[in-house]
Design a protein around this ligand. Structure first.
Ligand code: 4AD
Ligand code: MG
Length: 461
């Protein structure tokens, strides 16, 4: 493995020999010299390779190099006279490693993100998607480090499950039955007991219930993995497959959970700002000019904390024609969430204690019997980025909530057992990882912050 371009550019001084491997972004061929802008994805910046006639193959191979070609150049690292670059390479040899056939779809001009989605196998070679993928990686590491430093154990939750963790019924079925010949029971219904797992099985919508098992033994755990939702929503904030980070903490209440969520988000933002300075400056310049100022704001100031009831009062008092009417008992829509964070408070807002009727069965029932210990973290541009709650740890209340939701106790027997054997107050949340990356980068569509988006009608690549 050779030095990456990032490492070459970080050298303290020019002067040495270098070998550069990467793809040509642009090639300019003058009479006596060729300039190749070579990028290997290790950083936004590539390096300029300057090739003269003394280089073997100058008139043949080098002159034929164009956008997309893979090359290896060896030469001297010299200080660059050009603006915006520290070093360039004066090549002694240039070798074409992989040529480009007619019709390379990526050209120098800016392509629309819609178009780039149709060539997801090539789009990581663009400045924007390359930067997204590096920020994604940095954020992912920052998340693991945050929890590791605080003694959380990473729990690997299963992807295949028999239970609907959110109780919302938006699940993808996992089956190995032949769709043209499914076994039937006496009443003519599909006999799922003959399926692979002996029951109806699905892709998991959340690792939370298993994380609760972990927390009831290891006190602090988190999961970080893909989750799946068969909701048919074609929005810029929904994917059918997305990554979720779900910490779960024993002996923890809602207010401690809100503190954890704030510390967690802020620490991730700080880390990504440190590690991805060049990429973030690019997003600020080319994608959304509020990226840097927003990141600075949210890391420096505490988040606002209000109850759902207060949020509804604010929204009702706003002189605003919302598309969805707001009233106590209705869920907050994205337009409401954005009003609160972008216009009213101008910072992230933690909304707590939602009506029990609009939240999942496992949330802690408050003494008022109308609200639950739920917590959503809302941020500018995105709206809900985190959803969490204190969990109902009292057996009889949980049984009541399962019945209220029309779910069956049988399906949740092990979840109920946790309330029978050494139950303690506990709480956790789920961060939508792609929404986090969207927030950090300012990217408008969630499909452009995951390498291979899965959405209704599309799962190519
Ligand atoms: O609010 P949600 O549905 O909460 C849960 O799944 C809980 N089990 C989490 C927990 O308490 N452990 O989802 C959590 C977050 C949302 O706030 C949102 O950021 C993201 O997951 N999310 C999605 N992201 C992309 N596409 C989708 N279809 C999403 N649905 C939820
Ligand atoms: Mg939610």
């Amino acid at each position: 493995m050779r030095e990456s371009i990032r490492e070459i550019l970080a050298r303290p001084e020019a002067g040495g020999e270098v070998s550069v491997q990467g793809w040509v972004r642009t090639a300019r061929h003058g009479k006596k010299v060729s300039f190749l802008e070579v990028n290997d994805g290790s950083s936004l910046s590539g390096v300029q390779v300057v090739v003269g006639p003394e280089c073997p193959g100058f008139d043949t191979e080098v002159r034929g190099l164009g956008t997309g070609c893979a090359v290896e150049a060896m030469g001297k690292l010299v200080e660059s006279p050009g603006q915006g670059q520290i070093y360039e390479v004066h090549a002694q040899t240039v070798e074409k490693i992989g040529g480009v056939e007619e019709g390379y779809p990526l050209q120098k001009k800016r392509h629309s993100f819609e178009f780039l989605r149709t060539i997801a196998h090539l789009r990581p070679r663009t400045n924007t998607i390359g930067a997204v993928l590096r920020v994604r990686d940095s954020a992912s590491r920052a998340i693991h480090d945050f929890f590791h430093e605080r003694g959380f154990v990473q729990l690997h939750a299963p992807l295949i499950t028999l239970s609907d963790a959110e109780g919302a019924g938006q699940m993808f079925r996992v089956t190995h039955l032949d769709p043209s010949d499914v076994p039937k029971d006496e009443s003519g219904e599909t006999d799922w007991s003959q399926d692979f797992f002996g029951d109806s099985a699905f892709l998991s919508v959340s690792g939370q219930l298993e994380a609760e098992i972990g927390a009831m033994a290891l006190s602090r755990v988190y999961t970080f993995g893909p989750t799946f939702r068969a909701e048919n929503s074609n929005t810029a904030r929904h994917l059918a497959e997305f990554w979720m980070v779900e910490p779960e903490v024993a002996f923890c209440d809602l207010s401690e959970l809100a503190d954890l969520a704030q510390a967690f988000l802020q620490s991730v933002f700080v880390r990504v700002r440190e590690e991805c300075e060049e990429d973030l400056a690019f997003f600020d310049q080319r994608i959304d000019d509020s990226v840097l100022s927003t990141l600075a704001n949210v890391t420096e100031e505490p988040f606002e904390k209000i109850t759902y009831t207060q949020a509804v009062e604010i929204l009702e008092g706003a002189q605003r024609d919302f598309e969805f009417p707001i009233g106590w008992g209705t869920d907050l829509q994205s337009e409401h969430e954005r009003f609160l964070t972008e216009e009213y408070f101008r910072r992230p807002v933690i909304v707590t204690d939602y009506p029990k009727g609009i939240k999942a069965f496992y949330m802690y029932l408050n003494d008022d019997d109308r609200t639950v210990g739920a917590m959503d973290v809302l941020v500018p541009r995105i709206g809900e980025i985190i959803g969490g709650s204190q969990r109902e740890h009292r057996l009889s209340r949980l049984q009541g909530r399962i019945a209220d939701h029309g779910l069956s106790e049988e399906d949740y027997w092990w979840y109920l057992d946790l309330r029978r054997y050494g139950s303690v107050p506990h709480a956790g949340f789920g961060l939508g990882f792609e929404r986090l990356v969207q927030f950090i980068t300012g990217m408008a569509n969630i499909r452009d912050v995951i390498p291979f988006p899965r959405v209704p009608g599309s799962a190519e690549f």
